[in-house]
Design a protein around this ligand. Structure first.
Ligand code: NDP
Length: 247
């Protein structure tokens, strides 16, 4: 049951994270929001509270372990426990390898990979001690298939896939009952494309999203479904995208 679960969400200031925060708060979860833009988090937390929900927030840069530890601490201080973490922060400055945008490669590795690891490291001691916890992460269809023009992003999302599956298996072996759910969205209309600095790539993606993109609420529904599953069940993977997107 979602009701009364304490759920940390990273990347909660827009797109999929924002939609998920609002949906699960409306279903009775106590949400703890993290991202870098604190003003946006405040707006979202205020909207949730005004609608009768419960929310706390904190500026978090997921590349910093201290920030990840601090949001777990905040959840415990505000709501007494942590039941789930949605590791959703990410960026996609797509470009071809030959463009050698090495600074953007680093950024994707730091946020999309290290951000997930930092979040897991922050919450794992709590989940292990309470023998319960749910780690949900946003990979991408780019974590299932390779696309020319998005090599590094695809690599970071393949990492998430593999790491989450190992986490699930080890938790089962170790009897800690830490459940996992990995989500593989296709084209979802969010702010994600704003991180693309390469002009031609940006234009191509915008056309594609205009043709196919669907609302981030669709992903929020899936996260809510995963959270609603009973403790003895893990729904490991969800691939979710526009019905008319052929790949
Ligand atoms: P948005 O750009 O709308 O959201 C990205 C979120 O990540 C923002 O809240 C942003 O907040 C946060 N973020 C970025 N860098 C950091 C950081 N260093 N520390 C903390 N938070 C950070 O896009 P989406 O909602 O689409 O993205 C959410 C996830 O979904 C990403 O992991 C993305 O890769 C994945 N995804 C998206 C798809 C799509 O089509 N939209 C498809 C497949 C996967 P802030 O800037 O305030 O820090």
């Amino acid at each position: 049951m979602i009701k009364d679960k304490v759920v940390i969400i990273t990347g909660a200031s827009s797109g999929i994270g924002e939609a998920t925060a609002k949906l699960i708060a409306a279903k009775g979860a106590k949400v703890v929001l993290g991202a870098r833009r604190e003003d946006k988090l405040k707006e979202i937390a205020d909207a949730i509270t005004a609608a009768g929900g419960q929310a706390a927030y904190r500026a978090v840069d997921v590349t910093k372990q201290d920030d990840n530890d601090a949001i777990v601490k905040l959840a415990k201080e505000k709501f007494g426990r942590v039941d789930a973490i949605f590791l959703n922060a990410g960026l996609m400055p797509a470009s071809s390898v030959s463009a050698l945008k090495t600074g953007e490669w680093d950024q994707m590795v730091d946020v999309n990979i290290k951000g997930v690891l930092n979040g897991v490291a922050a919450v794992m001691p709590t989940f292990t001690a309470q023998k319960s916890g749910h780690v949900i992460a946003t990979s991408s269809v780019a974590g299932l298939k390779a696309y020319p023009g998005n090599g590094v992003y695809c690599g970071t999302k393949w990492f998430v896939r593999s790491f989450m599956e190992v986490l699930r298996m080890e938790s089962a072996n170790e009897g800690t009952n830490i459940r996992t759910a990995t989500i593989y969205p296709a084209a979802i209309n969010t702010e994600l494309l704003d991180t693309i600095s390469d002009g031609a790539t940006s234009e191509a993606y915008r056309k594609l999203y205009q043709t196919y993109g669907i609302s981030p609420e669709r992903i929020a529904d899936v996260v809510a479904f995963a959270l609603d599953m009973p403790e003895d069940t893990t729904v490991n993977e969800f691939t979710v995208g526009p019905a008319n997107q052929p790949w």
